[in-house]
Write a protein that binds this ligand. Structure first.
Ligand code: SF4
Length: 118
């Protein structure tokens, strides 16, 4: 059994009920293809917002660091990052990219994708 998690954009909370991510996980489809039936979705984290509302960069944001510590203590092995990491031009948000780097630096694999993007 392994534990995995998701990372999404805080703004996406306004319009997203995580249905696409959860459905793909339950069906082991799209980016969750190949996980064994006993895989546990053990964490669903967001960033802590854009610079305009949260001036702290992710690497000095104690609350982000606390969330990543929690991923480690929960033995989350892989974090899947939602399509909400991309802007309209399909460019990845630099803050979420930084968080991905921070997660990887703690020995957790990052996979960019949850469900297929239309
Ligand atoms: S920092 Fe990036 S991922 Fe976070 S709310 Fe802003 S746009 Fe979304």
């Amino acid at each position: 059994m392994i534990k995995i998690g998701t990372l999404t954009c805080l703004h996406s909370n306004n319009v997203c009920a995580r249905v696409g991510c959860l459905k793909a996980f339950q069906n082991r489809s799209d980016f969750f293809d190949g996980y064994s039936p006993d895989t546990l979705l053990g964490a669903m984290m967001t960033c802590n917002g854009c610079k305009s509302v949260n001036p702290k960069e992710p690497d000095v944001d104690e609350e982000i660091l606390e969330k990543i510590d929690r991923l480690v203590s929960e033995e989350i092995k892989v974090v899947h990052v939602g399509a909400c990491r991309l802007d309209r031009e399909k460019k990845e948000c630099p803050r979420i990219a930084k968080i991905c780097e921070m997660i990887e630096s703690r020995g957790i694999q990052v996979v960019r994708g949850t469900h297929r993007e239309s």
